[in-house]
Write a protein of this length. Structure first.
Length: 274
């Protein structure tokens, strides 16, 4: 059996969390990631019949029974993941009852998965229903997007439109726009349920005064999605107090989606008929 520390999903998690910490998105123990794994991926590195311990999920994840995930740990710092993955990460399988996670590796020293685990699993369920190839849910605290939630209307259409105006690539990278939630108490099933409801329509969900949830097929894709939204928010925050002399027109955004062959986008978020 291969060394689990050489598994691509462990190495990728280390590199991604280190990069997110370097960018200042995940201070202290902020941020969490869950990555859906295929059984054959896990079986190449672990004895999938050897359960180290069981951890209650805190909600009913029955639709994910039998699924495997690598997840960041609660109270863990992203800056430490790459150097000590066995303490800061865990590979789990959702048990048949949907209410228990079976730990197969990691969380050394008695650790457990992130406190946002219910929100992650609920989001996985919502995204898998929308896109069976979805594998990643990523929560982080990008500085400029977080700042934007203090000074911009939290209306999804308005916030999406503003972000699309900031960079030429934005409507191409997130044509489905961004979902937005008002401030809610974190670490609860309520915020998990609200996020999952938004995830039915959006791959990016902004948590006002807190951070963002992003979903995608790979770690790279999901990171790049959030990175693009954050870059747009940064440009907005750098220019919001200045008179705007130029902008990307809605007609130009329409040209972009046509050029890149994007069939599904939030046309209702554009102002083409005004």
């Amino acid at each position: 059996m291969k060394d689990i520390l050489s598994a691509p999903f462990v190495v990728e998690m280390g590199k991604t969390t280190a990069n997110m910490y370097r960018l200042g998105w995940d201070e202290r123990n902020g941020g969490n990631i869950s990555y859906l794994l295929h059984e054959e991926e896990v079986a190449a590195y672990l004895d999938i019949h050897k359960v180290l311990r069981e951890i209650p999920t805190g909600f009913n994840a029955l639709p994910l029974a039998g699924r495997y995930f690598i997840v960041t740990g609660t109270g863990k710092y992203f800056k430490n993941v790459e150097g000590d993955p066995a303490t800061n990460l865990g590979v789990i399988r959702i048990k048949e009852d949907g209410a228990t996670a079976q730990l197969l590796w990691g969380f050394q020293g008695g650790g457990k998965f992130t406190s946002e685990f219910p929100a992650h699993m609920m989001s996985h369920m919502a995204r898998l229903a929308a896109d069976p190839e979805n594998r990643v849910v990523m929560h982080t605290h990008p500085t400029h997007l977080l700042a934007m939630t203090y000074v911009h209307d939290l209306d999804e259409s308005k916030m999406t439109h503003t972000l699309w105006e900031m960079c030429t690539e934005c409507i191409v990278v997130f044509p489905d726009g961004v979902g937005v939630l008002p401030w809610m108490l974190c670490g609860t099933n309520a915020i998990g349920e609200a996020t999952a409801e938004k995830m039915k329509d959006f791959r990016v969900v902004v948590w006002a005064q807190h951070g963002v949830y992003g979903a995608g097929k790979t770690l790279d894709e999901t990171f790049g999605l959030i990175e693009t939204v954050e870059k747009a928010a940064q440009i907005y925050m750098l220019t919001a107090h200045l008179p705007r002399l130029n902008t990307i027109k809605d007609e130009d955004m329409l040209k972009l989606v046509e050029l890149f062959g994007i069939k599904k986008y939030r046309r209702d978020f554009l102002h083409l008929d005004q």
